[in-house]
Design a protein around this ligand. Structure first.
Ligand code: ATP
Length: 888
């Protein structure tokens, strides 16, 4: 393949038959057909058969197969058939579930797939990175991920981090210069960029020379790691729990088997008893319920503008206790409008600027020429700060494109949020003028002269004081203030950072960026939920504080500090002071990491937003890294675990509520499954110890565990968030679901259901001559009681508080369960298969009566607890009121 580092720009373009206006649509189609999509080959996904077979690796399936074999040996044809049918059905369900989960993760991935900016048919457009083709003209800017390999054809101080390819961690400077050699190491190909690198600084136009597997990274990448989701911490801990439980259960099974043999029971019957116990007890669905509920949760969140990139984040969101948020665009609208302007010693309205005034005209020229944004036909493209300046120009009849056409840009140093300045070089009236705009505090120390209507003067102490005071007054009103200056250069040349000094000050332009309407409420919700909201911004401290106060982040006793003050503190000091700081101004990305770490050391769980190229490390360090979907760079999106498609702070708070809800729902589903299993174990163990006949045939337990239990568990997982969700404090970092209280609850509820099941067994004649009737009644009662129990597990509160019809899925699951059970009880063919006997009307009524008892007891306890809690709350309110009265 031809190399392009030793080909000049013109020849390279010729090779691809393209100009800087980009490919035509026709050429793109041809290139796409010839070269295919710009993607690396992924390892082949598992086939349906492979997934299906992998379902048989399960312990439960192994036990079921034993059950099937025993049934076969005891010549019980129906039972054998049912068991094997269930094993296969279970595997089919598992396979379907696997592909469903994969599908939902794939669709989430597609939502967050990287994009690239290209010029095609003369226009700049943004496309999915995988549609980039050789010959495309790629636009690279700080924060972009390089989408393909290419030759640089225009370069504005481009710096690229190529560590993924070369291992070199420092960014390298790029150039357009041809390299006149046959062979050059990748790291030295300074006029090329490579797929997978990060643009850390500057801008460039690049001719794409190869895509997909033909890129350098494609050549070295053996097949990509399968992009399968890792298990979340919750799943890992549940898997661990299930495994331990399975061993304990197996040990008990062995004891039960021994006991039966000792009692001289038939060997096969004894084995069946032990197997029945294992089937009743092994909680096979725990991990898969977590996956289903998490996946459903992510779909809901995606609809509410939060794209989750890692399932782990849903779990983490529920325990977030600190949210560090950018100001501009996240808490505010990012719709800037110019307000007051300070020029020539006067503060005037932006709209009253005049081109006839020499100084004002220079200020306007600076604001539009030292500016990359446009606003044409109502379409605003670029940084809102700059768009505000362009819009001001429009009001004064200046068209930015025409002005930029008349006075072209000869060199530039792009804006970056560390330096907080931007400079461009132009030829104006035969002078080489470097225009600079940026933060006043960065610029003022470097100002030597001031432009006035009486000419250029050396800047005096008084002039500086006036500027500082004006800046303070504007900032106190929440306005963002930009300073403008210029400097004359002797020649046209590339600009360097050393040029940015000895400025002539022209003026200040202030602009308003109002808070988002929903920010205030979202901040209040956060505080109520025990989460501390913190503002981190590159803006001025006074501006930031004014906005933070308005939306409730900066409250009495809270402090606002600047990045410089963080520099003066060591990590220990920062940690000790951090609790009272709620606004960080003029920060750079390195400060963000220190802030996250300090909070984490205090044991807090931190969510942090970021949009810039240098935010990636802080986003990775945070427990939940949140990138901005609209204004965020590709690099930040890549590093984040969640992307906000509306860049809105309120969406973060909504996601935290969703995260808490998902966690609670998972907990409740698990409670439902475990308590149902416990009831089964108690019934089987009791009957074994008391030497009663076999209470359940394994098919009974299979029927419950695999058919009637799964739907209510999923329905519980879909319970809506209740209003009180944000009234509770966040849960701790290491708080596990399986606490003592939780397990005690599971035990007690299981006991209740187990007892009514045994009562049904006795009443059905366990000790008499009708063991089959007795076992039918026990089975039906247990099954029904578990279906009723689904309503108890919907939440901590009583069903009356939760709303009897608040979860239609719960009713659906109950209804289907009821139909399934009644089919087994009444359809003769199924009666045979599931080893049940017809019941009399009285017996049938008795089942319902017994089955509903645990639910009545559990709901009564909940209602009583609620009343006690309400009374306590009333007492505290009255006490507080009395105290207030006394004070008054
Ligand atoms: P955040 O998004 O973190 O809340 P921000 O967007 O206000 O903060 P930056 O974009 O890093 O932060 O801006 C920091 C400062 O740099 C601003 O206060 C302003 O003074 C200056 N600035 C911002 N945009 C530009 C620009 N396009 N050109 C020159 N200076 C700018």
């Amino acid at each position: 393949m031809k190399s392009y580092f030793n080909t000049n720009v013109e020849d390279s373009l010729k090779d691809f038959n393209v100009t800087k206006d980009g490919l035509t649509s026709q050429q793109v189609t041809e290139s796409l057909t010839k070269h295919g999509l710009n993607a690396l080959n992924e390892k082949k996904k598992q086939t349906v058969i492979q997934v299906f077979l992998s379902q048989f690796k399960d312990l439960l399936v192994f036990i079921l197969i034993i059950a099937g074999i025993i049934s076969m040996m005891s010549h019980n044809v129906e039972s054998t058939l049912v068991i094997f049918a269930v094993i296969i059905l279970n595997a089919i369900l598992g396979t379907v579930q696997h592909f469903k989960a994969e599908q939902s993760l794939d669709s989430l991935k597609a939502l967050s797939s990287p994009s690239a900016k290209v010029i095609r048919d003369g226009a700049k457009i943004e496309i999915d990175s995988k549609n980039v083709v050789p010959g495309d003209i790629l636009i690279l800017e700080a924060g972009d991920l390089v989408a393909a390999d290419g030759r640089i054809i225009e370069n504005y101080s481009l710096q690229v981090n190529e560590s993924s390819l070369t291992g070199e961690s420092l960014s390298v400077d790029k150039t357009t210069e041809m390299i006149d050699k046959e062979e050059v190491a990748l790291g030295d190909q300074k006029n090329m960029v490579f797929s997978g690198s990060l643009v850390t600084y500057g801008r460039a136009l690049v001719l794409v020379t190869s895509t997909g597997m033909k890129t350098e990274i494609g050549k070295i990448a053996t097949l990509m790691e399968e992009t399968q989701e890792k298990k979340t911490p919750l799943q890992v801990s549940l898997d661990d729990f299930s495994k331990k439980l399975a061993f304990i259960i197996l040990a008990i099974c062995v004891v039960v088997f021994g006991l039966s043999l000792y009692r001289k029971m038939d060997v096969l019957d004894s084995l069946m008893f032990a197997v029945a116990l294992a089937v009743a007890a092994i909680p096979e669905a725990l991990s898969s319920i977590v996956t289903i509920v998490l996946a459903l949760g992510t779909q809901k969140m995606a609809k509410e503008n939060a794209i989750i990139k890692k399932l782990k984040a849903v779990e983490g969101l529920g325990s977030v206790s600190i949210i560090c948020s950018d100001k501009t665009g996240t808490l505010t609208q990012n719709k800037m409008t110019v307000k007051k302007v300070y020029v020539d010693g006067k503060l005037i309205d932006g709209e009253s600027l005049s081109l006839d005034d020499n100084v004002q005209a220079y200020l306007l020229k600076n604001s539009i020429l030292c500016n990359d944004s446009t606003s044409q036909d109502g379409k605003e493209i670029g940084d809102p700060t700059e768009v505000a300046l362009v819009n001001l120009g429009h009001k004064l009849s200046i068209d930015e494109l025409r002005l930029r056409g008349d006075i072209s840009r000869l060199a530039e140093i792009p804006f970056d949020s560390d330096r907080k300045l931007m400079s461009t070089l132009h030829n104006i009236d035969n002078k080489n003028i470097m225009f600079t705009k940026g933060a006043l505090d960065v610029m003022l120390d470097r100002v030597k002269y001031i432009m006035t209507s009486e000419g250029i003067k050396e800047i005096s102490y008084e002039d500086k004081q006036n500027i500082i005071i004006t800046n303070k007054e504007l900032s106190e009103n929440g306005l963002r203030v930009l300073a403008f200056g210029y400097k004359e250069l002797s020649e046209v040349r590339d600009l360097t950072l050393n040029d940015e000094n000895n400025f002539t000050f022209i003026g200040l332009i202030s602009m308003i960026d109002p808070p988002r309407e929903e920010s205030k409420q979202a901040v209040a919700d956060c505080i109520r939920a025990g989460i501390k909201p913190i503002m981190i911004t590159g803006d001025h401290k006074i501006t930031a504080s004014a906005i933070a106060k308005e939306i409730g982040i900066l409250r009495d006793g809270d402090r606002a500090i600047e990045g410089l003050e963080i520099d003066k503190m060591n990590d220990e000091e920062l940690k000790n002071n951090i609790e009272h700081i709620s606004v960080y101004a003029r920060v750079s990305p390195e400060h963000k990491i220190r802030i996250v770490k300090a909070w984490q050391e205090k044991g807090e769980i931190v969510a942090m937003t970021g949009d810039g190229v240098n935010d990636a490390p802080a986003l990775k360090q945070a427990d939940i890294g949140i990138a901005m979907g609209i204004t965020g760079t590709e690099v930040s999106k890549d590093a984040a675990s969640m992307i906000l498609t509306d860049d809105n702070f309120a969406t973060i708070v909504k996601s935290v509520a969703n995260g808490r809800n998902v966690y609670n729902n998972i907990k409740n589903s698990i409670k439902f499954l475990l308590s149902g299993n416990t009831a089964g174990i108690i019934a089987v163990l009791y009957s074994s110890i008391m030497a009663l006949p076999m209470i359940f045939a394994p098919v009974h337990l299979l029927f419950m565990n695999l058919l009637t239990d799964s739907l209510p568990a999923i329905a519980i997982g879909m319970e809506k968030a209740n209003k009180g969700l944000l009234n509770e404090k966040p849960r701790g970092r290491s708080e596990s679901i399986l606490t003592k209280d939780f397990l005690l609850g599971v035990g007690l509820e299981g006991l209740l259901i187990g007892v009514v099941t045994l009562v049904a067994f006795y009443m059905g004649g366990a000790k008499g001559t009708t063991p089959l009737t007795a076992s039918t009644m026990a089975f039906a009662t247990l099954c029904l009681a578990r279906l009723f129990h689904g309503f108890n597990c919907r939440g901590k509160n009583s069903i009356f508080r939760l709303g009897v019809f608040g979860n239609r899925y719960a009713w659906g699951a109950f209804g289907i369960g009821l139909i399934l059970l009644n089919s087994v009880l009444f359809v003769p063919f199924l009666q045979n298969l599931f080893q049940v006997e017809s019941l009399s009307l009285n017996q049938y009524g008795l089942i319902y009566l017994l089955a509903v008892i645990p639910t009545i007891i559990i709901q009564t306890v909940k209602v009583v607890k609620e009343n006690i809690a309400d009374r306590k709350e009333n007492v505290t309110i009255i006490e507080k009121e009395e105290k207030l009265e006394n004070i008054a």
